[in-house]
Design a protein around this ligand. Structure first.
Ligand code: HEC
Ligand code: HEC
Ligand code: HEC
Ligand code: HEC
Ligand code: HEC
Ligand code: HEC
Length: 292
């Protein structure tokens, strides 16, 4: 849906730009762009379906945004698939605890996981009864509490301990994706992220990266996108982007907005776990200072 609107905007803005060569000035063009983008966003947010490549794909509900269904082995072994929730885990840990220290792939289905309790790796790095609940735990009266369903929950009715809406009720809001402004939640101290898990991870030093820059150029009157290393390296280590996704030199990696919508480059995280690509103006803003 948003992709189609985006192409439409692109076409109509291209029309405007021909027109503008003769008549309108650049400011007019920018105003029209922002207006069409705003309309596109308003329409898109009121429609419950997003169209991707000719397939009707349901826009995920806020509590499902960033959820990963893991099913390489579960169903084959008579268990319901596992549902992993980013929203809950990212209230406690930085991305790099899992994606660097514990080696979870940043592409769904790519991690060679086995049963949590058996291995001492992956989920059971934490789900060991110390950092988080274990597959089987002793309750205070000494009986076993079996926790299989809390992870193997896909398609089942499970009573979870953490409810998305209750848990995030006081979090700063945002219009798209999971509806949470995670950057604000962290800045305002509502969440305090652990960058380590005692006894399991290595100590980390603060990172330093190059200065903020703009990616692409002002296109069709829409401001270029701002990329801030400073903001990204708070919990994301260099190796999660370099050189797998981006080159170490500015301007070398070539990509377009369509690639981002397709889940590549910035879209490896944005639209999946980090804020949604529907939020055009959070990236396409005038300067690094003009952040809402
Ligand atoms: C903390 C989350 C978690 C809990 C709790 C958990 N599992 Fe799993 N389990 C996983 C994950 C992740 C996989 C890998 C899933 C896949 O690839 O399909 C898995 C895979 C499995 C598999 C198939 C692979 C294998 O290694 O045999 C079985 C069987 C299984 N779990 C049984 C159980 C049982 C029984 C319990 C309860 C005693 C349990 N699990 C509790 C996360 C969990
Ligand atoms: C508690 C552990 C944990 C934390 C913290 C965590 N992730 Fe993940 N992430 C996972 C797991 C598990 C998967 C699924 C891996 C698989 O299926 O092989 C995953 C998958 C992903 C994917 C792939 C999604 C897809 O649809 O292909 C992205 C992108 C991602 N994570 C980004 C992030 C970002 C950004 C952060 C920090 C804001 C983060 N993760 C924090 C565990 C974590
Ligand atoms: C970095 C540590 C860490 C890792 C890795 C991790 N978890 Fe968790 N997880 C936690 C903590 C902490 C909680 C909340 C505390 C608790 O309930 O013990 C939690 C809670 C959960 C819950 C919430 C259950 C409920 O009742 O609401 C599920 C489900 C879950 N984790 C699944 C997984 C799966 C599946 C994996 C692996 C793919 C995983 N976790 C990896 C730390 C982790
Ligand atoms: C979220 C993704 C991301 C992370 C994390 C990240 N970078 Fe980058 N980096 C980029 C992008 C995007 C570019 C521009 C690449 C291009 O245009 O080809 C870039 C460019 C660079 C450049 C070239 C700058 C220039 O002016 O030519 C350097 C140097 C660099 N990064 C270093 C780092 C270091 C050091 C870290 C860790 C502290 C880091 N990056 C973490 C995304 C990231
Ligand atoms: C490795 C995952 C990852 C990649 C790749 C990535 N981001 Fe992000 N980005 C995040 C996370 C996590 C946040 C924190 C906010 C959130 O989760 O919604 C964030 C925040 C931002 C913000 C808000 C902070 C600020 O600078 O004001 C902007 C803008 C942004 N990203 C733009 C980009 C652009 C442009 C690219 C591609 C050049 C990119 N990101 C690539 C994970 C990523
Ligand atoms: C996560 C950040 C991010 C978000 C969100 C985002 N963009 Fe982009 N966009 C970029 C980056 C980065 C480029 C520059 C690619 C390049 O040329 O290097 C870009 C390029 C563009 C271009 C230039 C032409 C092209 O196709 O590459 C247009 C037009 C555009 N975006 C429109 C949009 C619209 C409309 C939305 C909202 C529906 C949006 N963008 C949301 C980061 C973003």
């Amino acid at each position: 849906m948003i992709n189609r609107l985006y192409i439409k905007c692109k076409q109509s803005a291209a029309g405007i730009s021909l027109f503008s060569k003769a008549k309108a000035n650049r400011n007019m063009q920018r105003t029209l762009w922002l207006l069409s983008v705003t309309i596109a966003v308003l329409i898109a947010s009121s429609v419950a379906f997003a169209q991707t490549k000719g397939m009707m794909k349901k826009r995920s509900l806020p509590q499902d945004y960033g959820n990963i269904v893991i099913n390489s082995l579960s169903e084959k072994n008579g268990m319901a698939p596992v549902v992993f929730k980013h929203w809950l885990h990212r209230t406690r840990y930085t991305c790099r605890v899992c994606h660097v220290d514990f080696g979870f792939a940043m592409i769904a289905g790519k991690t060679a996981m086995k049963e949590a309790g058996n291995e001492g790796h992956y989920c059971s790095s934490c789900h060991n009864g110390k950092e988080a609940f274990a597959p089987v735990a002793k309750n205070p009266s000494g009986e076993d509490t079996v926790n299989c369903d809390r992870c193997h929950s896909y398609g089942k009715y499970v009573k979870f301990e953490f409810d998305f809406y209750k848990f995030t009720a006081k979090f700063p809001r945002e219009s798209f994706g999971d509806g949470i402004n995670w950057e604000k939640a962290e800045n305002e101290g509502i969440i305090k992220l652990q960058d380590e898990v005692p006894a399991s991870t290595t100590k980390k030093e603060p990172l330093e990266g190059p200065a903020d820059f703009t990616a692409g150029s002002d296109a069709l009157g829409l401001p270029a996108s701002v990329f801030s290393h400073k903001k990204h390296i708070v919990g994301i280590s260099c190796e999660l982007c370099h050189n797998d996704i981006f080159d170490y030199e500015k301007g070398i990696t070539k990509y377009s907005m369509d690639d981002i919508f397709d889940g590549k480059y910035c879209g490896r995280c944005h639209g999946k776990v980090a804020f949604s690509n529907d939020d055009c103006l959070r990236c396409h803003r005038i300067s690094a200072q003009a952040v809402k």
